[in-house]
Design a protein around this ligand. Structure first.
Ligand code: PPS
Length: 387
């Protein structure tokens, strides 16, 4: 009887042992899991700290550029959230004491990088107040410097061939400061900038490195063009308001890019001092006689062109040809920056005298007064219409 009592019940013993073993395995698995969990969490934490430090040590402009690349890769095409709309134009003081009138954080992020940029002897800076004919000159100079290579020029957009000094890289549509810095050494840089003379790279201003072509445009047509550009970019620029409101902001200089008068007159003054290195040309004279200007610019840049090449360049840079070839590429850049290209065109009218369709009689009288007051004695004058 006792025997029966103490006879081992193999089945339950086995089950019991199985339970014990299972518990032991579970505990060790759990332990391993906990250990693994701890290791993974620590690794993630370390990675976060490394990433945070890496991001923290990055330049602000590189961060913005990285953001734009991520947004592009993730198909978030518009950069508006990265480059938030300006609420009002501020004066940002650079380390050399000069003030930049700007509303867009992208341009603030590059200010110091531009000042310390290493310039090259063959650099060509195309400097303008916005809407003066920058893109036109970029195309002209690129073709002049590249033996009128129209085939290549048509394959690559202007913003890709000619970087924008104070912008950040937003590949594949826009090349900014990073591209300027890393431009292949065997390729000439044709750099667009809207910066006032005092904010150009130190080496350009004081070491006389590179050449500058300044394009100026009569302020009435320019203001109209700038007004429509603001309307097109109403998601990234300060709201232009009505035409009348915009004209008074433009006249007072309380606007993105600052005072048109200060911008033009400073470059004009520098041009008088250094005609070998600075070329000052107006939009109106390009319109009037493009052939003579193409020849004069080639001479200034020490480039020799055949008559056929001059002819090809003129044809390629006409308003009609550029509208056809350039508009789609610029629309891509614009859309990426959140601009409204469905209602507005970058190549709008390209005329001298279009201002007459917008200025009222009174606005014209007031602006003429201001113009005379600011320009008197400077030796700089503009054509406001072409015969
Ligand atoms: S930007 O955004 O500051 O770079 O603009 P920008 O290129 O300086 O100026 C744009 C105006 O220039 C006109 N444009 C031309 N006019 C005549 N011929 C040619 N080939 C040409 N290319 C550009 C363009 O149409 C803008 O002027 P508006 O008056 O708005 O048409």
């Amino acid at each position: 009887m006792f025997c029966v009592f103490f006879l081992p019940d193999y089945k339950s013993l086995f089950i019991h042992l199985f339970h014990v073993a299972l518990t032991a395995v579970s505990i060790s698995v759990l332990k391993i899991k906990t250990m693994l969990g701890l290791i993974v969490t620590s690794l993630v934490l370390v990675a976060v700290v490394i990433l945070y430090n890496a991001l923290k040590s990055m330049r602000k402009c590189d961060l913005l550029s990285l953001g734009s690349k991520i947004m592009h890769k993730t198909n978030t095409t518009r950069l508006i959230t990265l480059f938030p709309k300006s609420t009002k134009c501020r004066g940002v003081k650079a380390s050399n004491g000069h003030t930049l009138f700007v509303g867009n954080p992208m341009f603030v992020s590059t200010l110091e990088e531009v000042l310390k940029l290493k310039a090259r002897d063959d650099d060509v800076f195309i400097a303008t107040y916005p809407k003066a004919g920058t893109t036109w000159m970029q195309q002209l100079v690129w073709l002049i410097c590249n033996d009128a290579d129209i085939e290549t020029s048509r394959k690559t957009s202007i913003p890709e061939r000619s970087p924008f000094l104070e912008a950040v890289d937003a590949p594949p549509v826009l090349r900014g400061i990073q591209s300027v810095e890393n431009w292949p050494i065997n390729k000439q840089r044709i750099i667009k900038t809207h910066y006032p003379f005092d904010l150009l790279p130190e080496e350009v201003r004081t070491n006389r490195k590179g050449k500058i072509i300044y394009v100026a445009r009569n302020p009435k047509d320019l203001c109209v063009s700038y007004y429509f550009f603001h309307k097109m970019g109403n998601k990234i620029f300060e709201n232009p308001g009505t035409w009348s409101e915009f004209l008074s902001k433009f006249s007072s200089g309380n606007i993105e890019a600052g005072s048109w008068f200060d911008h033009n007159l400073k470059y004009w003054k520098e041009f008088q001092k250094d005609k070998e290195r600075i070329y000052f040309v107006t939009y109106e004279s390009l319109k009037k006689d493009l052939k003579s200007e193409v020849k004069a610019i080639s001479k200034f840049l020490d480039k020799e062109l055949t008559n056929q090449q001059v002819q090809d360049i003129i044809q390629e840079c006409s308003f009609d040809t550029m509208s056809k070839n350039i508009n789609p590429a610029l629309a891509k850049v614009g859309r990426r920056l959140g601009m409204n290209f469905s209602q507005f065109k970058f190549m709008r009218k390209g005329q001298v005298g279009d201002w007459k369709n917008y200025f009222t009689l009174n606005q014209n009288i007031v602006f003429d007064h201001l113009y005379e007051e600011k320009m008197e004695g400077t030796g700089l004058d503009f054509l406001f219409e072409l015969e």
